[in-house]
Write a protein that binds this ligand. Structure first.
Ligand code: IVH
Length: 677
C-alpha cells in the first residue's frame, strides 16, 4: 500500500512535469528542455504505466493528452498585414521619429498632433465584423497569415459578437491586445512564467473550453480594414468604438506638443506598477488618419507610430567567463557567461558584449560585477561595470584574432563611410563549420524555407549527428537514421517529410533571401527577384562570364547600392558558395517572380525624380509611384519612362541625359496635376 502511494506520487510528479513541457512546447513554442530530455521523461512515464498497470486505471497518459497535441489552427490571410512597431528608447529617438514624419510629409513648420496609448504587453488579435457581426478572429501569426482563433476569442465575454449601431461600416476590422490581469494571473497558479505567456498559451489552446477557464481580457487599440471609411482621427475612432461596446484603454491621451511626450511618458511610467496589466511603453501615433495613410508603412512597421519603451529591467551579476559566438555572416560576437540572475521574470545566464571595441570601451573583465538589462525580446546587454567591486581574480579579456574554426578574422572597411567595421568576421563562409551551421538555421527560419519541425534545435541535433552539412542535405535526409533517434517517432517523421516536401516549392525572392548573402535581406531579395524574374536568369550570376555585366545593371535598382553589389560579387566569387547554391536550386522548384502589376496611374511605368517638391518629400513621392503600380529608378537609362523634375534644385545633368535619350520630362505642376486627376 505504502509502495503504491509512493509510485503514484512519483507518477503524478512526472506527468505534471510532462504536462508542463507539452504546454511549453506545443502551445507556447517555447521548449525549456531538449528533445531528448523530453523523450526520456515521456518514456519514463510510459514505462511506469507498463510496470504498474494500476496507474492506467484512469486511462494512459498517452490517451489523456491525445496524440501529439496540435498547435495548428487554420491559417487565414490578413485583410491588411499586421505589422510591428519600431521602438524609441529616449527623447532623442522620439525627436527623430517626429522629424522623419515631418520630412516625409514635407510639413517642416507645422505641428503634428499625436495620440498616446499604453503599449499593452499581451497577445495581439484582430476581429473582423461584417455588417456588425463578428465573423473572423485571427492571431497575428507571421503578420501576413494569422491563425483562426475565433472560437477562443469568443470566450472573452467583453468582445462584442454583434455591434448594434446605426453607423457601422459594412466591414470593420478591430485590432486588439488580449491579456490576463496581474491579479488573475496570480490566481491561476505558476504554470507560466508571466501573464503574457499565459495569455498566449490560453489563446492558442485547441480546445476553446480550456480557453474559457482562463480570465482573458482585451483592449481594442486600432483599425485594420474598413469599408466605408467613417473616421478621420484615431482619437475619434477610439471614442466611437467605446459606444459600440468595445473595451479601450482609459489612459490614452491627445498630445499636442513635444514637451507633453516626455511628461506623459514619465507619468504613465510612474503609474505602471499600479495597473492590473503589464505595459512596456507607450505607443505614440499620428492622430490624423489621412496623414497616417500618406505616411504608410515601411516593410515591417508603420511610419506613423512608434513604441516609446519604458526603461528596462536591470539586475546585477558576475561574469564567469567570456566566450565567442560565430554568426551566419561570420560576425564574431563576444558573449559574457554570467551567474544566473532573474531579470524581470526571466533567468538570464548570457549577455551579449557586442564586439571587441565595446569590451575595451567599458573595460569589461572576467570576474567583474556588472549590471545587465533585458528589454523586450532583445538579448540581455551589459550596461555598466562596477569597477569598485573588482577583485584580484579579475582578468582582462584578450579578444581572439581567430575564428572558432581556426581561420583568421577581419574587420571590413565600409564602402560608404570608409570606416573600419567594429565587428570582426570570419570570411570562410560555408568553409567554416560554425558559419555553415548558422546559415542552415537561417535557411530553415520562418522568413525563409519555413520548414515546420526543422527549427534551430533540430538543425543542431542533425548537425551533431552529421546528418546535414549543407542546404541540399535537407532534401536527402536519411530518415532511417532519424527514426532511431530519441524524440523522433513515426508521426513526427511523417510531418517533417511533408513539411520538407512543401518547402521545395519556393518563390524566387524567398530563395534569394534564404541563401543568406550578406546585405541581402527580405526587401533586397524582393528587389533582386523582380529584376531577375526567374531562377534561370539568377543563376547567370554563378558564371564569371556574365556576372560583371549583370552586377553593373543592378545599379539602376532603387534600394540596391554599392554595398549590396559588392556583397553579391564576393558571394559568387567563392566557388563553395556557387556549388552549394547550385546544388540547393537543383532540389527545388523555384517559382518565377510575379510582378504584381498593380493597377494605377503609373502601372508598368519606370519613373525617376530629380529636385525637391513643395508639398511632398521624395520618400512620399516614391511610395505614391509604387502604390500606383510604378517603379522608381535611381539612374537615368533607356528603360526610364518619365523624369519628374521638382522645383527645388533639380540636377541639370540628369535633365540633359534624359533629353538626349528622348525620355518624357514633366515638371512639378504637371506631377501634381497627375496626382490629383
Ligand atoms: S498600434 C503595428 N497600439 O504592439 C501596428 N499596438 O509591436 C500598429 N500593442 O502587434 C500597432 N498595445 O499587438 C498598437 N496601443 C497599442 C498597442 C499595440 C499593444 C501591440 C500590438 C502590436 C505590437 C506592435
Amino acid at each position: 500500500m505504502k509502495d503504491k502511494i509512493k509510485i503514484l506520487n512519483q507518477y503524478k510528479k512526472k506527468t505534471k512535469e510532462l504536462n508542463l513541457h507539452n504546454e511549453l512546447y506545443f502551445n507556447q513554442d517555447n521548449p525549456k528542455i531538449s528533445d531528448s530530455d523530453y523523450d526520456k521523461l515521456k518514456i519514463s512515464v510510459l514505462n511506469l504505466e507498463k510496470k504498474y498497470p494500476f496507474l492506467r486505471e484512469k486511462g494512459s497518459f498517452e490517451k489523456k493528452i491525445g496524440a501529439t497535441p496540435s498547435n495548428k489552427f487554420e491559417k487565414i490571410r490578413h485583410l491588411r498585414p499586421m505589422l510591428s512597431l519600431s521602438n524609441a528608447f529616449n527623447q532623442e529617438d522620439m525627436k527623430d521619429f517626429i522629424k522623419k514624419i515631418k520630412n516625409f510629409l514635407n510639413l517642416k513648420n507645422q505641428n503634428i498632433n499625436l495620440i498616446s496609448e499604453p503599449k499593452i504587453d499581451g497577445i495581439s488579435a484582430t476581429l473582423i465584423y461584417e455588417n456588425g457581426i463578428l465573423i473572423k478572429g485571427l492571431s497575428r501569426g507571421d503578420g501576413v497569415f494569422g491563425e483562426d482563433i475565433l472560437e477562443n476569442l469568443k470566450t472573452i465575454k467583453e468582445i462584442p459578437q454583434k455591434i448594434t449601431s446605426s453607423n457601422i461600416p459594412k466591414i470593420i476590422e478591430i485590432r486588439c491586445e488580449v491579456y490576463i490581469g496581474k491579479k488573475d494571473f496570480l490566481k491561476i497558479g505558476n504554470k507560466f512564467a508571466n501573464p503574457r505567456n499565459a495569455a498566449g498559451g490560453s489563446l492558442r489552446q485547441k480546445n476553446s473550453l480550456e480557453t474559457s477557464k482562463i480570465p482573458l481580457k482585451y483592449f481594442a487599440y486600432g483599425l485594420g480594414a474598413i469599408e466605408p471609411m467613417i473616421f478621420s482621427k484615431q482619437s475619434e475612432f477610439l471614442k466611437e468604438i467605446v459606444k459600440w461596446g468595445f473595451a479601450t484603454n482609459p489612459l490614452s491621451k491627445n498630445i499636442e506638443s513635444f514637451e507633453e511626450v516626455e511628461i506623459h511618458h514619465k507619468k504613465i511610467d510612474s503609474l505602471r506598477s499600479s495597473l492590473d496589466y503589464d505595459i512596456d511603453g507607450l505607443v505614440f501615433k499620428v492622430d490624423d488618419l489621412n496623414l497616417q495613410k500618406r505616411l504608410g508603412n515601411t516593410s515591417s512597421s508603420p511610419r506613423w507610430a512608434i513604441a516609446y519603451k519604458f526603461s528596462s529591467e536591470k539586475a546585477t551579476t558576475k561574469i564567469k567567463d567570456i566566450i565567442i559566438q560565430v554568426g551566419r555572416t561570420g560576425a564574431i560576437t563576444p558573449v559574457a557567461k554570467v551567474e544566473p540572475v532573474n531579470v524581470g521574470g526571466v533567468v538570464v545566464s548570457n549577455a551579449t558584449l557586442h564586439n571587441e571595441d565595446e569590451i575595451k570601451r567599458k573595460d569589461i573583465r572576467i570576474g567583474d560585477t556588472i549590471q545587465i538589462q533585458r528589454a523586450g525580446d532583445v538579448i540581455p546587454q551589459v550596461i555598466s561595470v562596477e569597477t569598485n567591486k573588482r577583485g584580484n581574480e579579475s582578468k582582462k579579456y584578450k579578444f581572439p584574432s581567430k575564428c572558432l574554426c581556426g581561420a583568421l578574422t577581419k574587420k571590413e572597411i565600409s564602402k560608404t563611410t570608409k570606416k573600419e567595421d567594429a565587428v570582426r568576421r570570419c570570411i570562410k563562409g560555408y568553409d567554416c563549420k560554425f558559419i555553415a551551421r548558422e546559415k542552415l538555421k537561417h535557411l530553415v527560419s520562418k522568413e525563409a524555407f519555413n520548414i515546420d519541425g526543422l527549427g534551430k534545435k533540430v538543425i543542431d541535433q542533425f548537425w551533431d549527428l552529421k546528418l546535414i552539412r549543407e542546404p541540399s542535405d535537407i532534401f536527402k535526409l536519411d530518415f532511417n537514421k532519424i527514426e532511431k533517434l530519441d524524440g523522433w517517432g513515426a508521426l513526427s517523421i511523417s510531418n517533417l517529410k511533408k513539411a520538407i516536401l512543401k518547402s521545395q516549392l519556393i518563390n524566387l525572392d524567398k530563395f534569394i533571401f534564404s541563401i543568406g548573402i550578406r546585405h541581402i535581406g527580405q526587401e533586397n531579395a524582393k528587389i533582386l527577384a523582380s529584376f531577375f524574374r526567374s531562377i534561370k536568369e539568377f543563376t547567370k550570376l554563378f558564371d564569371s562570364k556574365f556576372r560583371k555585366k549583370i552586377l553593373l545593371n543592378l545599379v539602376e535598382l532603387d534600394g540596391i547600392g554599392e554595398t549590396q553589389i559588392q556583397s553579391l560579387e564576393n558571394f559568387f566569387l567563392n566557388n563553395t558558395n556557387v556549388r552549394i547554391t547550385k546544388e540547393l536550386a537543383q532540389k527545388l522548384h523555384i517559382k518565377n517572380y510575379d510582378i504584381q502589376n498593380k493597377d494605377g496611374k503609373f502601372s508598368n511605368k519606370k519613373i525617376m525624380f530629380t529636385g525637391g517638391f513643395k508639398n511632398m518629400s521624395r520618400s512620399e513621392a516614391k511610395t505614391i509611384v509604387e502604390e500606383n503600380g510604378g517603379k522608381v529608378l535611381g539612374n537615368i537609362s533607356k528603360k526610364l519612362d518619365i523624369l519628374v523634375v521638382g522645383d527645388s534644385k533639380p540636377t541639370k545633368k540628369k535633365i540633359d541625359q534624359a533629353k538626349k535619350l528622348n525620355i518624357k520630362i514633366i515638371i512639378e505642376d504637371e506631377w501634381n496635376r497627375i496626382l490629383n486627376s
